[in-house]
Write a protein that binds this ligand. Structure first.
Ligand SMILES: N[C@@H](CCC(=O)N[C@@H](CS)C(=O)NCC(=O)O)C(=O)O
Length: 323
């Protein structure tokens, strides 16, 4: 795994030595928006009008950030509008690759070998990490966005006039509450599991671990009186949390040492995860082979043997107590 420096690939992991063992995530750099009219969105340039077949989504089935975009593509009826390439679960010296085995599709647009080639096709001297998801514009031959939280907002509304799908996971009247809970969930849970697992000092690990489980306790309490994070309305905030929770017991408990409790041991959170998993068209976006294989096989600094655990054996299809 590594990054691009002036368009050249370097096999280099995150530098935690300069931050007392703390993992610090880089902000996504490519932040244009697809909009219904083609006008500019909240950031970036204009010119990305919602059109059938124009955009291509690059994802990993293992990645919780990319997973959000796949869920929104399904929930918003966009499968026939936006096609997808799935990278290999193995992210080693060349970063994400387009190996066609093991449930990966290869690069459906250019038949590239590596994901970093998509970034340099967009900008030949690109510098930065090569992350998924990426939304690619086939018309302008460039990247629209590599920020999942913004891609799901585009999917939530920009294509409604084409699909007729008016489901709204970011309704205007709930936006302040959704934004608030998103901030808390991102900081302590979505990114919290990474800050716990990628910490290279005991202090940094312990701080992230405590913050993570304090936050999960708080979520358990919220879900004892609410169906979902924001009252009884299913929103974007739930899908953003879901992709971390569904990976938790299979990967984060063991591989990232988030082992104070499992999600299965929280009565309300575990029911909630099953409800979300069983929501129409969501289960098909969850691939435990890619999830476990990616983390345990790719992070050789954490798991040098690359042995992938067989368990746990959890039935997410069993009954739940949500609406
Ligand atoms: N801010 C990005 C983060 C995406 C991200 O970090 N993806 C991970 C996979 S789970 C990745 O591609 N990491 C490669 C790297 O950091 O070098 C988003 O939410 O879209």
């Amino acid at each position: 795994m590594g990054l691009l420096v002036n368009g050249q690939w370097h096999d280099k992991w995150y530098d935690t030595a300069s931050s007392n063992g703390e993992f610090q995530r880089e902000a996504a750099q490519l932040r244009n928006w697809v909009t219904a009219s083609g006008d500019a969105g909240q950031s970036g340039e204009a010119g990305f009008k919602a059109e059938k077949g124009r955009y291509h989504l690059y994802v990993s089935l293992a990645c919780p950030w990319a997973h959000r975009t796949l869920i929104f593509r399904n929930l918003k009826g966009l499968a026939d509008y936006i096609d997808v390439s799935i990278v290999s679960p193995d992210m080693l010296q060349n970063g994400w690759t387009f190996d066609k085995e093991t449930g990966s599709t290869g690069d459906g647009l250019f038949d590239s070998a590596y994901m970093h080639q998509i970034y340099t096709k967009n900008k030949t001297d690109y510098s930065g990490r090569v992350t998924v998801p990426v939304l690619w514009d086939k018309q302008q031959q460039r990247i629209v966005s590599n920020e999942s939280s913004e891609i799901i907002r585009m999917f939530n509304s920009a294509f409604n006039h084409l699909t007729g799908n008016e489901l709204d996971f970011y309704p205007l009247e709930l936006q302040p509450q959704i934004d608030e809970i998103n901030g808390f969930v991102y900081e302590s849970i979505n990114n919290g599991v990474y800050r716990t697992g990628f910490a290279t000092s005991q202090e940094a690990y312990s701080a992230a671990y405590e913050k993570l489980f304090d936050a999960l306790d708080k979520v358990e309490e919220i879900l004892s009186s609410n169906q979902y994070l924001v009252g009884d309305t299913l929103t974007e905030a739930d899908w953003r949390l879901f992709t971390t929770l569904i990976r938790f017991d299979s990967v984060y408990v063991g591989h990232f040492k988030c082992n104070k409790r499992t999600i299965e041991s929280y009565p309300n959170i575990s029911n909630y995860v099953r409800a979300l998993y069983q929501y129409p068209d969501v289960a098909q976006t969850v691939d435990f082979y890619h999830i476990k294989r990616h983390y345990y096989f790719s992070h050789t600094m954490i798991n040098p043997t690359q042995v992938v655990p067989n368990g746990p054996d959890i039935d997410y299809g069993r009954a739940h107590n949500r609406l």
